[in-house]
Design a protein around this ligand. Structure first.
Ligand SMILES: [Zn+2]
Length: 281
């Protein structure tokens, strides 16, 4: 069943990928320099010229954060049921199949447990390549399970966000996940277990409006775009021009929305330090 009709055929959404593109050389999205691909990869996918942080996959993130890149994934068999039988240019169900074939079956977030600098920890990392990291019922369920696992085991939780926001194809069901995850995080807080939110480029929409901003500590990667609505929508609503660098991590730290910015090379050490500090008796 089509939920709405449009005269003009909408353009296929093209996700601007800032993950490192294929090829021997890559052009940095930020400084526009041409850099040797290997050099970028060896530099934790950070541009050696300007420190631009390319996007990482969830498993690259896990390998970077868990000790010796050793971790165990859980909640791997959860799939969206398409309860609205949503269809735009394509059936949601078919769209999911395409992404599963291209990216993997984990939907837009993967959950894992292991050790970070010797501390037992649960980490969930969002997968932007899967429908722009959008949060639907599967992301909601998996993040809730991650919080519950942390709670059961008495371990801290880290969520690495990278998302365009709620998943439109699931309508109100995707918005509901904001409350569901927030409630799970509240239970974690009641048990006095730390939750650290890592915000990477981009973290927007309903993800920012819920769990990404609820960390006991909210840490951003440099230059990450973090916001709720896009700048154009805000400008049209408040009829004012927005300041330079608005919605970038640096601006948000200055205005008290984010606690600190950490370069990818120091992320693990920073998380380890804070976890030890939080868990100190
Ligand atoms: Zn660059």
């Amino acid at each position: 069943m089509a939920w709405f009709r449009k005269e003009k055929k909408p353009k296929e959404a093209v996700e601007k990928s800032t993950a490192i593109p294929e090829g021997l050389w890559v052009k940095c999205d930020d400084c526009k320099e041409i850099v040797y691909r290997k050099e970028v990869e060896q530099n934790l996918s950070v541009c050696p010229k300007c420190s631009y942080h390319f996007r990482l996959s969830a498993r690259e993130r896990f390998s970077m954060l868990f000790d010796d890149a050793q971790y165990k994934e859980f909640a791997t068999n959860i799939k969206s049921g398409d309860p609205l039988e949503f269809k735009d240019t394509k059936r949601y169900r078919d769209r999911l199949k395409v992404y599963e074939a291209r990216v993997g079956k984990g939907d837009a977030v993967l959950c894992a447990e292991g050790k970070l600098e010797g501390v037992n920890v649960v980490i969930s990392a969002m997968e932007y390549a899967f429908m722009g990291g959008s949060m639907g019922s599967v992301v909601g369920e998996k993040l809730t399970l991650a919080a519950e696992r942390a709670l059961d085991k008495g371990e801290p939780l880290i969520i690495v966000s990278c998302s365009g926001g709620a998943r439109m194809q699931e309508g109100i069901l995707s918005l509901m996940q904001m409350a569901k995850i927030s409630a799970a995080l509240a239970r974690l807080a009641e048990a006095r277990l730390p939750y650290i939110s890592v915000l990477t480029d981009p973290t927007t929409g309903g993800v920012t409006a819920s769990y990404a901003m609820l960390g006991d500590l909210n840490i951003a990667e440099p230059k990450a775009l973090i916001g709720f609505a896009g700048p154009r929508v805000i400008e049209q609503t408040i009829r004012q021009t927005l300041p330079e660098g608005f919605q970038r991590a640096e601006f948000l730290v200055e205005h008290g929305m984010v606690d600190l910015i950490t370069h990818r090379a120091e992320m693990k050490a920073t998380l380890g330090r804070f976890l030890r500090c939080f868990l100190a008796k």
